[in-house]
Design a protein around this ligand. Structure first.
Ligand SMILES: *Cc1c(COP(=O)(O)O)cnc(C)c1O
Length: 356
């Protein structure tokens, strides 16, 4: 298949923000990618155009029934000046699994990867080069057909936008406090918890507000059926070091299959460590905290890569993990993952994909 992407360059490039003011997802680059879908015609008219608002009919199905999915990955400028993505094929595969669950037509993986490559290269000067900064890439699909019947849309747009993001840990990697949520649940197996679809995140905002009020950075979600098994931390997967074993919740259908999660499991096993993917209850976690076998806990996701957990709030109690600081394994995983992503260290897994 030859992939044709039409290119219309901006005539009015925007000023670049300072590295210090980047934050997360506040600034957007000069260009965006769009491809349309129409029933009978398939995906067509792939193009890179100046970053701009899109116009949709108020009846577009995405507004009413949330037929939409997204992805998130990062482009890095390596120490040798190369531009690289981290396992982008995994994002395209997950995007199509999400599409399938949300009754959205599949997008050829090669088209998605070529769109990513060309878009990142066109806006490569937007990739910040200060340590630990990157260009966050947000592909997403929306149902654009103007019709209020509850049925799969006959029209879609697949769009990619990009945002330079600052260092997640401006003052060094730092543990966060986590609120164990007992009132709200995020998802149940059979639903869409394993899909990066908008509604999951809107549904989580209320719990996040509660966590913030308690002085916590994120929510720890428990499963929706038994209200007992640990699922995820905010929008990150979660790992526990129990003695010398590492445990992470199994992919039961209600949690997201993180690419960082998968990479961390590979890495830990590569180091000869024992990793268990299984159910882990909040009781097991609190018991391990009390008897001292819970040594470390961390979240994994594209944005923060690794987020150490310093304490858990559960049933009015604050439980400190280890000595409350970033654990030794957590730090090693963080350094290695970011090292592979940015080319600081060798990549034995072939995860870093150079674009130029
Ligand atoms: C995106 C996401 C993750 C992390 O996935 P990565 O591929 O590692 O970025 C975990 N949980 C949820 C709910 C997510 O949306």
């Amino acid at each position: 298949m030859t992939i044709q992407i039409r290119i219309e360059r901006t005539t009015a490039p925007k000023p670049r923000p300072q590295a210090s003011e980047l934050g997360f997802g506040k600034y957007f680059t000069d260009h965006m990618f769009i491809v349309d879908y129409a029933e009978g015609k398939g995906w067509h008219d792939a193009r890179i155009v100046p970053y701009q608002p899109i116009t949709l009919d108020p009846a577009a199905k995405v507004f009413h029934y949330g037929q939409t999915i997204f992805e998130g990955l990062k482009a890095y400028r390596t120490e040798t000046g190369q531009i690289a993505l981290f396992r982008p094929d995994m994002n395209m595969k997950r995007l199509n699994r999400s599409n399938d669950r949300m009754s959205i037509p599949a997008i050829e993986e090669e088209l998605g990867l070529e769109a990513l490559r060309q878009l990142v290269l066109i806006d490569k000067d937007w990739i910040p080069d200060a340590p630990e900064t990157s260009l966050y890439v947000r592909p997403f699909v929306i149902a654009t057909e103007a019709a209020l019947g509850v049925s799969p849309s006959k029209q879609y747009q697949f769009i990619i936008i990009m945002s330079p993001v600052g260092s997640y840990y401006a003052e060094g990697i730092k543990p966060v406090s986590i609120y164990v949520e007992s009132e709200y649940v995020r998802a149940v197996a059979g639903g869409v918890g394993h899909v990066k679809t908008a509604g999951n995140y809107a549904a989580g905002l209320k719990a996040q507000e509660g966590a913030t009020e308690q002085g916590c950075a994120q929510v720890l979600w428990l499963d929706g059926v038994h209200r007992k098994y640990v699922e995820e931390v905010g929008s990150m997967n979660v790992f526990f070091r129990l003695g010398n074993k590492i445990v992470t919740p199994a992919l039961t259908g209600s949690l997201l299959s993180g690419i960082t999660r998968d990479s961390v499991i590979h890495l830990l096993r590569h180091w000869g460590l024992e990793v268990e993917e299984r159910l882990i209850s909040i009781d097991e976690v609190t018991q391990a905290q009390k008897d001292g076998s819970l040594k470390e806990m961390f979240g994994t996701g594209t944005a923060a890569v690794i987020s150490p957990v310093g304490s858990l709030y559960w049933q009015g109690e604050k439980l400190t993990i280890g000595d409350g600081s970033t654990g030794e394994l957590t730090l090693r995983v963080y350094e290695t993952m970011t090292g592979i992503q940015t080319g600081r260290i060798e990549d034995p897994f072939g995860w870093r994909v150079a674009l130029d």
